[in-house]
Design a protein around this ligand. Structure first.
Ligand code: PHE
Ligand code: FE
Length: 286
């Protein structure tokens, strides 16, 4: 992660783990990398990402002159939902991350991926964090969900059950699908910021696509190194916010006594929208 190193070594980190974005410090090549990534994804997403994402991607102006300036972007976003984007050097401690969310601040990596990482990057860079996450923060319902998740994260951390709650973030905020009148749409940031997973998540016969069920999901492990073996499909952001508003205390107790599920597992009670062949994964292993 050379880029991150360049931006962190000489840059003071504040107590809340934020840094100055140093927008003037990006090179022309770095801005050009954003533009290329933006071009590719903004071409792919209409008809594949949910309407709220595509609309906000345009109204927030994520493509004026290369990598967005966090301060100016935050001013536009704050007028819509009260959220701001703050720069961080990379991943921050869980409690710090949740505290930012609970206060309607989204921590975004300031560095951009290297030229040979255009298709895949493990650590979230500015393209994943800003292009992937920020558009839905302009949606009032999703904006409330993210803040609620921050508060829920602080609580789960204290209860020692963060591994369960983290799955909710993973399977919704990062890799969620949502129903629409015209079929399934993607909204998770990990998908919408990836050209290959945009196609895979919707069209590939390999993964399962299962209706969202909170308890079932909180029991399900996930893989961080490849496409997902199961995607969960929500009805709407409104329903997601409603389903997660309940007290998770009793749920954490209940699932503490149940076995975890593996990513490709299906249960008899699952609402299976598409039963995956898992061919992508079995071929890889072979
Ligand atoms: N309702 C959850 C709790 O009681 C908090 C939460 C809300 C978690 C929304 C995630 C998303 O802990
Ligand atoms: Fe992310």
């Amino acid at each position: 992660m050379q880029q991150a190193a360049k931006r962190t070594s000489d840059m003071p980190v504040n107590p809340d783990h934020t840094i100055d974005q140093d927008w003037e410090g990006y090179t022309a090549a770095e801005h050009a990398r954003w533009d290329a990534l933006f071009q590719r994804q903004s071409g792919l997403l209409p008809g594949r990402a949910c309407d709220a994402f595509v609309t906000a991607m345009n109204t927030l102006t994520l493509s004026d002159s290369g990598i967005p300036h966090f301060g100016r972007l935050s001013d536009r976003l704050e007028r819509l939902t009260g959220w701001r984007v703050v720069a961080v050097p990379g991943l921050v401690p869980d409690a710090v991350f949740f505290d930012h969310l609970a206060n309607r601040r989204f921590p975004a990596g300031a560095f951009i991926r290297a030229a040979d990482q255009m298709d895949y990057i493990e650590e979230p860079d500015v393209f994943h964090d800003v292009f992937g996450h920020v558009p839905l923060l302009a949606n009032p319902v999703f904006a409330d969900y993210m803040q609620a998740y921050g508060n829920g994260g602080l609580r789960a951390d204290g209860l020692g059950v963060l591994h369960h709650l983290a799955r909710l973030y993973w399977y919704t905020v990062e890799f969620g699908l949502v129903k629409s009148d015209d079929g399934l749409r993607i909204f998770g940031a990990g998908i919408v910021s990836s050209a290959t997973e945009t196609i895979f998540a919707l069209d590939d016969p390999s993964p399962n696509r299962v209706g969202f069920d909170l308890v079932r999901l909180l029991r399900t492990n996930y893989r961080i190194d490849d496409f997902q073996q199961t995607y969960f499909v929500i009805e709407s952001f409104e329903r997601l916010l409603e389903d997660t508003a309940q007290d998770f205390g009793p749920i954490y107790q209940r699932i503490g006594r149940l076995d975890d599920l593996d990513p490709p597992d299906l249960l008899p009670e699952d609402v299976v929208l598409a039963r995956g062949t898992q061919a992508y994964f079995t071929e890889k292993v072979a």
